[in-house]
Design a protein around this ligand. Structure first.
Ligand code: GDP
Ligand code: MG
Length: 163
């Protein structure tokens, strides 16, 4: 049950950012509703979803925005399109300029199911993450690979820092 007034100990807000069509909306719908859409329309306006998770003995409600916002955290690229990976650096630079110093950022290389069209190696992502001192994961919203892990990694790190 993820209803709005469900009891929770903390409310975390997080945002997905990245170039268009890298899979942000589908990562969110996979995590929040276990849904995937092969021909999803570009996001218009603001969409968000809730999901409550347990960390230790606490219930944390994650409110995740599928748009640009003030607290930006899950930065997504499409491993089959190199330019979306190059954009990660631009997104990170913007985050560092406008974000708070204790901001948690997780880099995500989405569409790992499309291995045959890969233009970004796992090592590229890992190297950038190490350089920027953030974590990196490859996901597939389609095959539901690592989606849960990427969101939980982010939520757990926010928990460590703020609680
Ligand atoms: P957004 O613009 O970043 O929100 O991207 P969307 O979530 O709308 O996804 C853009 C397109 O990529 C859609 O056609 C999705 O079905 C597709 N897509 C999203 N995630 C994946 C994935 O993990 N694997 C594959 N093969 N396609 C995906
Ligand atoms: Mg979208």
């Amino acid at each position: 049950n993820n209803s709005f007034d469900e009891e929770c100990d903390y409310l975390f807000k997080a945002v997905l950012i990245g170039d268009s069509a890298v899979g942000k909306s589908n990562l969110l719908s996979r995590f929040a509703k276990d849904e995937f859409c092969l021909d999803s329309k570009p996001t218009i306006g603001v969409e968000f979803a809730y999901r409550s998770i347990r960390v230790g003995d606490k219930i944390i409600k994650a409110q995740i925005w599928d748009t640009a916002g003030q607290e930006r955290r899950l930065v997504v690229c499409d491993i089959t399109r190199r330019p979306t990976f190059e954009s990660l650096q631009k997104w990170l630079k913007e985050l560092r300029e406008f974000g708070s110093p204790e901001m948690v950022v997780v880099l995500v290389g989405n569409k790992s199911d499309l291995a045959q069209s890969r233009e970004v190696n796992l090592e590229d992502g890992q190297r950038l993450a190490q350089l920027e001192q953030v974590s990196f994961m490859e996901t597939s919203a389609k095959e539901n690979l690592n989606v849960e892990e990427a969101f939980l990694q982010m939520i757990n790190r926010i928990y460590e820092i703020t609680c």
